[in-house]
Design a protein around this ligand. Structure first.
Ligand code: FMN
Ligand code: FE2
Ligand code: FE2
Length: 399
């Protein structure tokens, strides 16, 4: 028989696991899959909270039916309109034509433009309450976390926050739905990658949301992706607080773009000197091999960032260009930056990295080695100077 996933005796998880999709938002790798969480509250009135991506809709409908049986849904709460959660709305509306759709004034124009739905709407605003019987739903707006229409729903009798993408994680829910049922060590990178990749641009809105929600007595956080938080609520809130303040640890991420290994040699040399000067957490990535998802995630962890590129047709190497475009676009704050490069004639890689340094406005290290063809002794001296400058600055910041 079909498993029902109880959260309380009246609230159920009816979400789905997606182990097929390779890339979330068709960009971010999903080595451990992703879950789309949706919930049903059974009361005098029945409410469904958010839906799932349409690729997993068949399973979703089965899950809903196993909980609802012959009953109908009275309300559908839409916390967030991104199609990974709104993708099954139209199907639910067809199944439960009487159902009222609950959203705010920024939800409904999107609902009409995406899905042509404009009837049976119930508009709520900050602080409004919807009474289901025993359960009371309270709505709070959390704009730009990470879309403008985003809100969260707090069930005040049980202290359950339906938080949308906030506190979400990549990774499927394998055999359990709660944080204390799942292997959080196995999911650790998927949790931080979800924040850094999807929410990372919105540090300020995240801080605003945390401040707004800090007054609520939370017993459980039901996000739209990843584990349901009930045993590690303080941990996940502390992580979100740290990440959205751009607080990082002592350590350095080195990323290089290299075709024939000359720039790579410089990266290895810099890393060696960093470690010799006492920096333990050194992470080297090849920008052509490692997806920006993982590099950005490391940059959210460590204060130091060192980027190196060979010159390529008068400019920077393409995979490094992609990375710096993304870093600039995300406007990540508070790092110490070092840059280096290599060229055989007019250059281009280091030139572009210096422009990036100006645009991102991070503190920079003075030495900027650039090898001509292959690195020689004087280039390695400059690499050492760069490493030394970085190590000293980090030691100073974390003493
Ligand atoms: C396709 C290609 C295009 C290049 N374009 C430039 C260039 O525009 N300016 C320059 O100074 N060097 C250019 N180079 C030379 C490389 O930047 C130089 O050989 C560098 O040392 C390569 O570093 P790597 O061994 O880390 O790949 C180019 C090399 C290749 C293979
Ligand atoms: Fe989203
Ligand atoms: Fe989402």
């Amino acid at each position: 028989m079909h498993n029902k996933n109880n959260i309380t005796d009246k609230i159920f998880w009816v979400g789905t696991n997606d182990r097929k999709t390779h890339l979330f938002e068709n960009y971010w790798p999903l080595p451990k899959g992703v879950a789309y969480n949706s919930y049903i509250i059974m009361d005098e009135k029945v409410a469904i909270v958010d839906t799932v991506e349409r690729g997993t809709m068949e399973t979703y409908i089965d899950n809903i039916e196993s909980v609802l049986g012959d009953r109908k849904a009275d309300y559908l709460i839409i916390n967030h309109m991104e199609p990974d959660h709104s993708g099954s709305i139209r199907t639910l509306v067809e199944r439960y034509p009487e159902m009222k759709i609950v959203g705010n004034k920024k939800t409904f124009p999107m609902l009409e433009r995406f899905y042509g739905i404009k009837n049976n709407l119930l508009e709520v605003k900050e602080g409004d309450q919807l009474d289901l019987g025993l359960h009371k739903l309270n709505f709070y707006m959390v704009p730009m976390l990470h879309w403008p229409e985003t809100m969260v729903t707090f069930e005040s009798n049980n202290g359950i926050l339906f938080s949308g993408d906030a506190f979400g994680a990549f990774g499927t829910l394998d055999g359990g739905i709660f944080d204390d049922e799942l292997d959080l060590e196995y999911l650790e990178e998927e949790i931080s990658r979800y924040y850094s990749n999807i929410v990372g641009k919105y540090g300020r809105p995240t801080q605003n949301a945390l401040a707004k929600l800090s007054g609520l007595d939370l017993k459980m956080i039901c996000a739209t992706h990843g584990p349901i938080w009930r045993s590690h609520i303080d941990d996940i809130i502390a992580k979100y607080d740290k990440w959205s303040k751009y607080q990082t640890d002592e350590g350095c991420v080195i990323v290089y773009a290299s075709m024939y290994g000359n720039t790579e040699k410089m990266a290895d040399n810099i890393a060696r000197h960093l470690v010799k000067k006492g920096i333990k957490k050194v992470r080297i990535h090849d920008s052509s091999k490692t997806h920006p998802s993982y590099i950005i995630n490391d940059i959210f962890k460590y204060r130091g960032v060192i980027l190196g590129s060979c010159a390529y047709n008068g400019d920077i190497f393409p995979s490094m260009e992609t990375l710096i475009n993304e870093l600039e676009h995300m406007a990540i704050k508070d790092h110490v930056l070092g840059v280096f490069g290599s060229k055989s004639w007019g250059g281009g890689g280091l030139k572009r990295l210096n422009k990036f340094a100006e645009a991102i406005k991070w503190e920079t290290i003075e030495a900027t080695p650039e090898a001509l063809c292959a690195p020689h002794a004087e280039d390695f001296d400059q690499c050492e100077a760069l490493a030394e400058g970085m190590a000293n600055r980090l030691k100073d910041l974390y003493k």
